[in-house]
Design a protein around this ligand. Structure first.
Ligand code: ADP
Ligand code: MG
Length: 258
């Protein structure tokens, strides 16, 4: 069966993209899905957070983007997390400049992933906090975008740029691309403002808002320092349970996708 490819994107930093990527991946793996995480951020947080030392990688997504390696050659198994990782480190920052010179520069990742299509049920792409050439490669590869967001005062405003970018890419480069959903993360129901913004999101975006809600949970924040997704680090924590629920919701969602 072919894989479904999702970008975890939001042009803001620190909103929970990487946490969502590794924990959704681990949650999906736990319910029997074959998963590849693609780290498209030169910071390499998704790589490290999956228990893979970014400084020791022989090949990374950089080599794949420059077509000096295939996905099968460059991927690493994250044993404890239960999925494969196409890792990243600082070298990837150079790809930004090098890609500009090349043909089909925005479609490199898409072509590389096509060759690994039969190996995975889900490919999750952790995007950097910008709308750069790297993010563009992610968005051109994907069937859909998962947007993690905190329910803060400016949350809706921040979405406009991303929504417009996705519309443009849909129109010009990738007819399949759509926002799959907005994921409320770091949610604290005791904060009235967060409840209000959450209600606004639902009235504005309707069923594009995922049912699952990820609470603010310190275990999710502690897990990366152990090289594990929170779902594996402390499976009984509220954050882990929420991400496994979200994984199940994603499996239901893809059943309704074409
Ligand atoms: P991004 O990839 O968008 O920059 P991260 O996933 O790295 O964001 O999250 C930013 C910070 O917030 C990290 O320190 C992370 O551990 C923490 N964090 C993310 N989600 C949660 C959560 N649900 N509860 C508590 N801390 C969280
Ligand atoms: Mg990140």
């Amino acid at each position: 069966m072919a894989s479904k490819i999702f970008c975890i994107a939001n042009q803001k930093g620190g909103v929970g993209k990487t946490t969502t990527t590794v924990n959704l991946a681990a949650g999906l793996a736990q319910i029997g899905q074959r998963v590849l995480v693609v780290d498209l951020d030169p910071q390499g947080n998704a790589t490290m957070g999956s228990g893979i030392d970014k400084r020791k990688l022989e090949m990374t997504v950089y080599d794949v983007l420059l077509e000096s390696a295939t996905v099968a050659e460059a991927r690493t198994r994250a044993d404890k997390a239960g999925y494969d990782v196409l890792g990243a480190n600082r070298e990837l920052a150079g790809a930004e400049v090098e890609l500009v010179e090349l043909e089909r520069r925005e479609a490199r990742l898409k072509a590389a992933l096509a060759a690994a299509d039969a190996d995975y049920d889900f490919v999750l792409i952790d995007c950097p906090p910008s709308l750069s050439m790297l993010t563009l490669n992610g968005l051109c590869s994907a069937h859909g975008v998962i947007v993690p967001m905190q329910c803060e005062y400016f949350a809706l405003e921040g979405l406009t740029d991303l929504v417009n970018t996705i519309k443009q890419i849909h129109a010009n480069l990738n007819r399949e691309l759509e926002i799959i959903g907005l994921l409320r993360v770091m949610f604290d129901p005791r904060i009235t403002l967060q409840q209000q913004v959450s209600d606004q999101l639902k009235s504005h975006f309707g069923d594009k808002v995922f049912d699952s809600v990820i609470p603010r949970n310190v275990r999710l924040a502690e897990a990366p320092s152990y090289g594990l997704p929170g779902v594996v680090f402390d499976p009984s924590s509220k954050g882990a349970i929420a991400f496994v629920d979200f994984a199940k919701e994603m499996v239901r969602r893809i059943a309704t996708m074409r």
